[in-house]
Design a protein around this ligand. Structure first.
Ligand code: 2HG
Ligand code: ZN
Length: 569
């Protein structure tokens, strides 16, 4: 049993040992693409995953991760001349047309690509293309007839140079775990998959700088660094499938941002291939470099619309030995806010995660994920908070955490709590929080909104949505409270135009009115390209479009995403 937190018992917490990170990697929930195969090692010299019996298709392995096409909405894009942008199973207001200036693949193109990549890396088989044409949620579906798998920068450069000269549109694809339709084709774009570019190039223990190729799977990097006594500065539920190139190009946030900041801070350098095939060497490893414009930032978070990232240099923090996880219950949202303030003040530099979920999220996890139990079952609480601390001094970290928990209990901010006593418990606490998206997928249709909002206003939106939608929907709120990032999810038995009309544009207008962002960490992709004005001024969007036109004049890179179409045609 985990340790229940009681004011009188705080001195007897048993501490987690330093194997925590390794165990968390093995045990806790990962968002895995069911079409992928678990590889024993994608990076030479890296032990990789813990599965023993060779490659296993995930659809057999992860029975808990089944996708139900019936329940999923499809943005089906088979009509090549004029498609209806099907939003959540219905014809929505946005109509996207295939850019008529783009060419279509012909026999000579295939011959050219086969010459560069070899026949087996030029994929035209429908069955193999199907998962690459479909996103993780089965919500967006393209109709690409071709996927290319370059092995290195030079090959990618030749591909892009050729595609640019032929006006062939392309979509870069890493682990395909995104939630906004950014990594799948909209029509027949050529898919450029980076999975073969998966080598670690160098790691410097003194500086902590890791240089690797874009196709390295995040979990493999975590595993590699673990052996060196370091960690990645980002951690996501999708770590088992997502690739570092995709993480950087979407500026992924995740669970450690509260401690280590965004990738704009930790990425030190990039190598990028531009639309015309030019290779931009910005792969610096320096913390400080003020020699003019820091152009790598243009590519962090631009979702492959300006260039394709091929190499990444990233600053990694040392792995610290003392890690603790507390799972706490709060009766109201104001207590969660006060607890965050106290955590920042009293835990200071050892605070490494501050996540929250509401009672509705907890119910979903308990009802839809196998083997999950509420660590705090004795009463019904409205909110749950997961706090992780990571530090280097076991006794002083413990003392700090105990003092914080004691104060939180005594001041009534926390109604109940449990402190993980071993790796299994730590993992099970994380599983509750990271399992919410998977539980939502299993519950039926889901409308997802990833919002940055002032922390004090954040939960008002969830409550307003509940009043707005009434019994028609289950509205849940969870996310990265420490970063001011709410994941507002609306769960319904099936997709329904009337529900969607109740949600949008209300959610976007509400967010804009409160000076928030309509995409905190998931990007704009296809889902929100046309909604950008809710979060950016028209002058800023115009400048973005000018930059796009400068770097990609033919608009071949990840078209229809990020920037409104009207500005690019
Ligand atoms: O599915 C979502 O809405 C959020 C997914 C992810 O960003 C998370 O924090 O779990
Ligand atoms: Zn998130």
């Amino acid at each position: 049993m985990e340790k229940r937190i009681a004011a009188a018992a705080t001195s007897s917490y048993r501490l987690l040992n330093q194997k925590y990170h390794a165990s968390k990697r093995i045990l806790h929930h990962r968002r895995l693409n069911p079409n992928e195969v678990i590889r024993s090692s994608s990076i030479s010299g890296v032990a990789g995953f813990t599965h023993h019996c060779g490659p296993v298709p995930l659809k057999h392995f992860l029975t808990s991760c089944r996708w139900d096409l019936q329940k999923s909405s499809l943005i089906h894009m088979q009509n090549m001349s004029r498609i209806q942008h099907r939003n959540f199973g219905s014809v929505a207001s946005t109509i996207i047309q295939r850019n008529p200036l783009f060419s279509t693949i012909n026999h000579d193109d295939i011959i050219y690509f086969e010459k560069i990549l070899g026949v087996k890396n030029v994929i035209q088989d429908d069955e193999e293309l199907q998962p690459a044409n479909t996103d993780w949620m089965h919500k967006y579906k393209g109709s690409s007839k071709l996927m290319l798998q370059p092995e290195n920068t030079e090959e990618l450069s030749q591909i892009l140079k050729y595609c640019n000269s032929r006006s062939l549109a392309v979509v870069p694809q890493g682990g395909n775990t995104g939630l906004v339709g950014g990594s799948v084709p909209v029509f027949d774009e050529v898919i450029i998959n980076t999975r073969r570019m998966n080598s670690i190039i160098s790691f410097d223990k003194v500086s902590g700088v890791l240089v690797c190729e874009a196709g390295c799977i995040l979990e493999n990097l975590i595993s590699f660094l673990d052996k060196q006594g370091f960690i990645m500065p980002l951690d996501l539920g999708a770590k088992g499938s997502c690739q570092i190139g995709g993480n950087v190009s979407t500026n992924a946030g995740g669970l450690r941002l509260v401690r280590y900041g965004s990738l704009h801070g930790t990425v030190l350098g990039l190598e990028v291939v531009l639309a015309n095939g030019d290779v931009m060497d910005m792969l610096g490893t320096l913390r400080k470099d003020n020699t003019g414009y820091d152009l790598k930032h243009l590519f962090i978070g631009s979702e492959g619309s300006l260039g394709i990232i091929t190499k990444v240099s990233i600053l990694t923090p040392p792995k610290l030995s003392s890690v603790h996880i507390a799972f706490l219950a709060c009766q109201d949202y104001i207590s969660c806010q006060k607890l965050l303030l106290q955590a920042k003040r009293r835990l200071g530099e050892i605070l490494s995660a501050f996540e929250f979920l509401d009672a509705q999220s907890m119910d979903l996890v308990l009802n839809h994920l196998d083997g999950v139990r509420n660590p705090l079952p004795s009463s019904i609480y409205n909110f749950y908070v997961l706090i992780e601390t990571t530090g280097s001094n076991e006794s002083s970290d413990k003392e700090k955490l105990e003092a914080f928990l004691l104060h939180a209990m005594e001041s009534g901010l926390v109604s109940d709590g449990a402190l993980a006593q071993d790796l299994n418990q730590a993992s099970s606490f994380w599983h509750i929080r990271e399992g919410v998206p998977e539980a939502l997928m299993k519950a039926g249709a889901v409308y997802k909104y990833d919002l940055s909002l002032p922390v004090d206003k954040m939960y008002d939106l969830v409550e307003e949505m509940r009043i707005r939608l009434g019994a028609a929907a289950n509205v849940v709120g969870y996310g990265h409270l420490g970063d001011g990032n709410l994941h507002l999810n609306v769960s319904t038995p099936q997709y329904d135009d009337a529900i969607l009309a109740q949600i949008e544009p209300f959610v976007y207008e509400w967010t804009s009115r409160h000076h928030g962002s309509i995409s905190a960490e998931h990007g704009l992709g296809l889902m929100k390209a046309e909604k950008i004005y809710y979060s950016k001024s028209s002058g800023t969007v115009q400048l973005m479009a000018s930059i796009k036109k400068l770097l990609d004049p033919s608009g071949i890179l990840n078209p229809y995403k990020v920037i409104p179409q009207s500005l690019l045609s």
